[in-house]
Design a protein around this ligand. Structure first.
Ligand SMILES: *Cc1c(COP(=O)(O)O)cnc(C)c1O
Length: 402
């Protein structure tokens, strides 16, 4: 026990721990205790990092790349990021506009630390990725949650956004494809938001972590392709965690206006110094070597997604939007709220996810964690056999509610 006078910082009390990591830990603990848990809570591909990438990481160690690197990351990797954007999107960036960080997550953390003052508001469309509001709060900003509509396939909603704009609005977070909804923003909605951002001088934080994992025909719309003038206002957040199954290597990158990147480098220089050197060389191999892997992930995910969505939609009272990217389904279970199991009322997504875990041995993430209590998130980055068994258990568990 801490002495009475030794209190923790107020900021710790403001934010919850990451609920996705918490569910994952609980599922793992139950499994370790012998329970037959099917885990749909994980936010990472079920494939291993490609062999040539692992080799590059090992080689980096053998070559002595075991020391500090430049704060923003090794030049070769930042050049590779620029070359990639030039080739894929035609965007011109220089290496000093790139920061490599300890995962995309820490890049986002650096962005908010670099741009927010107390009272600054950040528009966050909901359902949102769990870490956006706490990151904004930890930087002293105010998250402003803008609900998106399921019947609109969770597309960005310029009309809804406009209702939440104030004189303190400083930034907006875009995430397409979205975690948790799988939504890919439409060209029309991005056009409207691009205009709002330009007219008001907002910073646009575009979290493109799932850009390689889309189920659309052709390239998805991007705000930078709609209005190139926004280049001075957009910070791109991306990384190798999802597209190259490298979540444990902890490499992400942010790209944007030089002033913002410089400020982020200052923050990073006083916190992590730089991401792990061997991981940077592995990421370099991922970006410059064979580009087959993201396509292989997509191929593996396609049938699982089709099966999961079809099965969920077939359950009475459940609706489920077809995800156009990422590897999650986000069904609406609100028709089951208010029902009971052994006299206990299932009040919302947290109670239902708990019920699924304890009675069906199915781990998932309650929608409340994403700012949308009607829903539950299931990852389909797991085998078809597990998804089939999981669906059977979910159906049975729902049927047992009175
Ligand atoms: C996974 C994820 C990230 C960050 O991933 P890292 O593991 O930190 O590279 C960022 N945004 C979204 C939406 C994600 O799902």
């Amino acid at each position: 026990m801490l002495p009475e006078k030794l209190t923790l910082a107020d900021r710790v009390l403001q934010v919850p721990p990451s609920p996705t990591l918490a569910v994952n830990a609980k599922a793992k603990a139950l499994r370790a205790a012998g329970a037959d848990i099917l885990n749909f809570s994980v936010g990472e591909p079920d494939m291993s990092t490609p062999a040539h990438v692992c080799e590059a990481g090992k080689q980096a160690i053998d070559d002595g790349h075991t020391r500090y690197t430049p704060v923003a990351g090794i030049l070769e990797l930042r050049e590779a990021v620029c070359a990639r954007f030039k080739k894929e999107q035609g965007w011109d960036y220089t290496p000093d506009q790139v920061q490599v960080s300890c995962g995309g997550k820490h890049g986002l953390y650096n962005i908010f630390q670099a741009i927010l003052n107390p009272g600054d508001e950040v528009l966050i469309p909901a359902p949102y990725w769990v870490s956006y509001p706490p990151m904004v709060q930890l930087a002293g900003g105010t998250p402003v949650i803008v609900p998106l509509k399921e019947e609109n396939n969770f597309d960005l909603d310029p009309v809804a956004l406009a209702q939440y704009v104030t004189s303190k609005t400083k930034a907006i977070i875009l995430n397409s494809p979205s975690n948790p909804t799988g939504a890919v923003y439409s060209q029309a909605s991005l056009e409207a938001v691009a205009k709002m951002a330009f007219d008001n001088g907002w910073l646009v934080v575009s979290d493109d972590m799932y850009e390689e994992l889309t189920y659309t025909e052709g390239k998805i719309a991007h705000i930078l392709n709609i209005d190139p003038r926004l280049k001075e206002q957009v910070v791109l957040s991306n990384g190798v965690s999802k597209s190259f199954a490298m979540t444990g290597w902890r490499i992400g990158y942010s790209v944007g206006p030089i002033e913002v990147i410089k400020a982020m480098n200052k923050i990073q220089s006083q916190s992590t110094s730089n991401p792990a050197a061997p991981s940077q060389y592995a990421a370099l191999a991922a970006l410059t070597g064979s580009q087959d892997f993201p396509g292989q992930l997509r191929e593996a995910f396609l049938p699982r997604r089709a099966f999961f969505v079809r099965e969920l939609q077939a359950i009475k009272g459940v609706t489920c939007v077809n995800p156009m990217g990422a590897f999650y389904v986000f069904p609406n279970f609100s028709a089951y709220f208010g029902k009971t199991f052994q006299g206990k009322v299932i009040e919302g997504s947290v109670a239902l996810a708990d019920y699924f875990l304890s009675e069906a041995k199915v781990a998932s993430v309650p929608g409340a964690a994403f700012g949308a209590d009607a829903f539950i998130r299931f990852s389909f980055a797991t085998s078809m056999a597990v998804i089939e068994e999981g669906m059977a258990r979910i159906r049975q568990a729902l049927a047992a509610l009175r």
